[in-house]
Design a protein around this ligand. Structure first.
Ligand SMILES: [Zn+2]
Ligand SMILES: [Zn+2]
Length: 308
C-alpha cells in the first residue's frame, strides 16, 4: 500500500518541503524542528541605506529602510497537531526551550531585538494549520516595544519601582482580573484590555529577558500557557488567537525597568473603522468578566476530572 503523504509541509516525512533545519529537539528523530522561513518577511543581509534628507531644497518624504532581519519557524510536532493543547508535556518543554535557545542565537548573531509570536487560525493570520511558532530578529527596537519601554522607564524614573512588578502585586492583591496563578507565574486580563479575553502571562520574579530563563522555569511556563489556552479553547471551541512574547532588547538598555511577558490576544472581534480612526479599542467584554469566565472553566474542568 502506498502511503499518501498528507499535504502539509510541517509533518514529518515532508522535511524536504522546508529549508534544512537550524535546530532539532531532542535529536535527528525530532519532536520539534526549527527552520528558516521559506517565505521570510525579512532577509538577513544588510545593505546600508542612506537616503538624502533633502533633495533640491525640498524635504525628502519617501524614506525607506531595508527589510533586514532573520525569520525562523518552530514546528511544534512531528505529527499533524493543530493546537498547542494537543502537545505532550515533553514536546511542549522542547518548544519553550527552542524559544529561549533561538533568542540566544539571534542575540549572538548581533540583532537588536527578537519577536516570538504564534498565529493560530485564519482570522489570526495563519495559513498553515500545523502547530508552529515564529521568531523574527530585527536590527532595531520596534515601535510597540519602544512605547512599552518608555512607560516602564518613566515609571521607574518617577518611583524607582518596576511598573510590571507593581502591576502584578496590585492585581494579585485585588484578584478580580486574575485568571491563573502558579508558583512563578500569574495570568491576568489587563485593566485596559484592548480585546475581549485578552490575557497576559507575567513572571512573579523580576526578569527583563525571557532568554535568561532556566529549563525548570520554561517548563512551568509551557504548562501554564497550555492550561490558559485550554481554557480559552473550552470557552470558544478553538478560536483564532495570536500570542507574542515581549522581552527586553538584547543591549540591556531596558533591563532595569522592563519585565518580559506573554500577551495572548484572542481574535473574537475585528478592529474596524473606529479603531483605525482613533487608535481606541471597543471591547464588549470587561476584563473582570473575561477573567471570571476563564477562571470558572478551570473550576468546572477540575471538578469534572475529579468525578471521573
Ligand atoms: Zn502537518
Ligand atoms: Zn507587551
Amino acid at each position: 500500500v502506498q502511503r499518501v503523504a498528507r499535504p502539509c509541509p510541517f509533518c514529518s516525512g515532508n522535511e524536504h518541503e522546508t529549508p534544512p533545519a537550524i535546530d532539532l529537539y531532542p535529536d535527528e528523530n525530532w519532536d520539534v524542528r526549527v527552520v528558516p522561513n521559506k517565505y521570510p518577511a525579512v532577509l538577513p543581509f544588510e545593505t546600508a541605506h542612506t537616503a538624502a534628507a533633502f533633495a533640491n531644497g525640498t524635504p525628502q518624504l519617501f524614506k525607506t529602510v531595508d527589510g533586514t532581519g532573520c525569520h525562523e519557524l518552530i514546528i511544534e510536532s512531528r505529527e499533524h497537531a493543530v493546537s498547542l493543547t494537543d502537545l505532550s508535556s515533553q514536546v511542549l518543554d522542547y518548544v519553550f526551550q527552542a524559544y529561549r535557545d533561538r533568542m540566544l542565537a539571534i542575540k549572538a548573531a548581533g540583532w537588536a531585538y527578537a519577536q516570538i509570536f504564534k498565529n493560530v487560525g485564519a482570522a489570526a493570520g495563519s495559513s498553515i494549520e500545523h502547530s508552529h511558532s515564529q521568531l523574527i530578529g530585527l536590527p532595531m527596537i520596534p515601535v510597540r516595544m519602544r512605547e512599552e519601554i518608555q512607560h516602564a522607564r518613566s515609571y521607574w524614573d518617577k518611583y524607582r519601582r518596576s511598573l510590571f512588578q507593581d502591576c502584578v502585586e496590585q492585581e494579585l492583591a485585588d484578584g478580580k482580573r486574575i485568571v491563573m496563578e502558579s508558583a512563578d507565574f500569574v495570568a491576568l486580563c489587563p485593566f485596559a484590555s484592548r480585546f475581549p479575553f485578552e490575557t497576559w502571562i507575567l513572571p512573579k520574579e523580576p526578569a527583563a529577558r525571557v532568554e535568561t530563563s532556566s529549563n525548570a522555569l520554561l517548563s512551568e511556563l509551557a504548562h501554564f500557557t497550555q492550561c490558559l489556552i485550554a481554557r480559552l479553547e473550552r470557552l470558544f471551541a478553538r478560536p483564532a488567537y495570536n500570542y507574542l512574547i515581549h522581552s527586553a532588547p538584547f543591549d540591556g538598555s531596558a533591563d532595569h525597568c522592563f519585565q518580559w511577558h506573554l500577551e495572548l490576544l484572542p481574535r473574537l472581534t475585528k478592529a474596524a473603522g473606529f479603531e483605525w480612526g482613533t487608535g481606541y479599542y471597543i471591547n464588549p467584554v470587561s476584563p473582570e468578566q473575561a477573567a471570571y469566565h476563564l477562571r470558572s472553566i478551570s473550576v468546572n474542568a477540575t471538578r469534572n476530572a475529579q468525578k471521573v
